[in-house]
Unconditional design. Structure first.
Length: 233
């Protein structure tokens, strides 16, 4: 497993586009390189499907999911990338990216809409988001249903890279199932906050999944403004 430091001062607000190259600029060079290192560290480049997990909420998995997706989309403009928000309890995509929460993943799992109708575009032509969708009473039933792997498979047929932003491992047992639906898993831990026992418990629950790396994170915002500005339309 690999361990990569992520500090808050590597992420800053920007609304600048490098129009000459057609890509959104990261104001802190280390930030782009950091997220790039998370997918280029694997043997064959980006996995076609990747889950980003954390033991509890607030450890930076959503930031990491989006950062990896943006880095892949910008570095490899011929690759179609999608980020799937599977935390149906604590959805943030709609608020942070300023679009309607539905339709989204929950609506697709309930067969209300096809997955193509629930995708949201971003500033990057090859990056889309699938938000959590409508609020429902028993989200765990949807994530455990046979429809969930079917949706992941459908996205893999239409995209080159699927990044799954999961709920917290220790509070939602469904994450272990989600982690086994993808090729690789990154586990995010909070520097100086996540106890060793909590990390070990999370790893135990992810047994059977291909956990390829641990990211030691010190960011405090679930979706820093930098990531929002790069992806937001």
């Amino acid at each position: 497993m690999t361990t990569t430091p992520l500090t808050r001062d590597r992420i800053a607000t920007t609304d600048h586009r490098d129009r000459g190259e057609g890509r959104q600029a990261w104001p802190i060079p280390d930030a782009e390189e950091l997220f790039r290192s998370l997918y280029t560290g694997f043997d064959s480049g980006p996995a076609t499907s990747l889950a980003v997990c954390s033991s509890v909420n607030g450890e930076g998995k959503t930031t990491t999911s989006l950062g990896i997706a943006i880095a892949i989309a910008q570095d490899l403009p011929d690759r179609r990338v999608v980020v799937v928000e599977t935390d149906l309890w604590r959805a943030v995509f709609a608020k942070d990216f300023e679009f309607s929460p539905s339709p989204g993943l929950a609506d697709v799992l309930l067969d209300r809409v096809p997955v193509s109708s629930a995708l949201r575009p971003t500033r990057l032509d090859n990056l889309t988001l699938l938000p959590a969708g409508s609020h429902i009473a028993n989200p765990q039933r949807l994530l455990r249903s046979s429809r969930m792997p079917e949706v992941i498979d459908a996205l893999r047929r239409t995209h080159d890279v699927v990044v799954v932003d999961t709920p917290a491992v220790l509070t939602h047992s469904e994450v272990a199932l989600l982690a086994r639906m993808v090729e690789e898993v990154i586990l995010v831990v909070r520097f100086g906050v996540t106890p060793a026992r909590q990390l070990n418990d999370a790893l135990a629950r992810l047994r059977g999944a291909n956990v390829r790396g641990i990211l030691v994170n010190d960011t405090k915002s679930s979706v820093p403004e930098l990531v929002r500005q790069i992806a937001r339309l």
